[in-house]
Design a binder for this molecule. Structure first.
Ligand code: AMP
Length: 215
């Protein structure tokens, strides 16, 4: 199954992605993770992306599309994939459709996680991420057993540079203007499922499985 996770920053895409890829046995493709990995390794791509990311802006379409289609061309995507954080503009969605059509594929399902703005800010600014395995925690909602330490791998938890109040607000307004039009785009395509993302981790996942169907 070829799937996309859509929703504003802080809607829980990364958290639900972990459950979805496990259940449906597809690779998790997060363009944000690819950029962060490149920043960590000091690559040219990382340098280009970092300035946009730190301001809460989108990395230019051409750059993102190239990275995403490269990744989608790999063997492990042959039987399906879960895109998380891509596409983020109508241009990207059109490029993705072109790429998939050229390869005899299509988008099967778009999971749209809906969460109110105030809740998003609380989630983003309290988010802590494991440096080693990428697991997400929240200082109040999902605290780790030991402060600053990942429950799963013992790695160090840190706050993303773009999870400050100012940048988080900017990312949400960028979402409203540039990414939200994709809800219409995929509604017209007839493959979107709208999920209330504020009902708690387990309920959200149960709703996703109900919408997608058992594997
Ligand atoms: P994320 O981890 O998905 O929240 O992405 C973090 C940041 O990476 C975003 O705020 C953007 O600056 C950049 N980014 C990730 N995916 C995309 C995309 N599809 N288009 C443009 N910028 C992106």
């Amino acid at each position: 199954m070829n799937m996309i996770l859509l929703g504003p920053p802080g809607a829980g895409k990364g958290t639900q992605a972990v459950n979805i890829v496990e259940k449906y046995d597809v690779p998790h493709i997060s363009t944000g993770d690819i950029f962060r990995e490149n920043i960590k390794n000091g690559t040219e791509l990382g340098k280009k992306a970092q300035e946009y990311m730190n301001r809460g802006e989108l990395v230019p379409d051409e750059l993102v599309c190239e990275i995403a289609t490269d990744r989608l061309s790999r063997e492990d995507c042959a039987e399906g994939f879960l895109l998380d954080g891509f596409p983020r503009t109508v241009f990207q969605a059109e490029k993705l459709d072109e790429f998939l059509t050229a390869n005899g594929k299509k988008v099967d399902a778009v999971i749209n996680l809906e969460v109110e703005k105030e809740e998003l800010i609380t989630r983003l600014t309290g988010r802590r991420v494991c440096r080693k395995c990428g697991a997400s925690f929240h200082v109040v909602n999902i605290p780790p057993k030991t402060e600053g330490v990942c429950d799963y791998c013992g790695g160090e938890l840190y706050q993303r540079d773009d999870d400050t109040v100012e940048t988080a607000e900017n990312r949400i307004s960028v979402y409203d203007t540039q990414t939200k039009p994709l809800v219409d785009y995929y509604t017209k395509a007839g493959c979107i499922v709208n999920i209330d993302g504020a009902t708690g981790l387990e309920n959200v996942f149960a709703d996703i499985v109900t919408a997608l169907g058992e594997k």
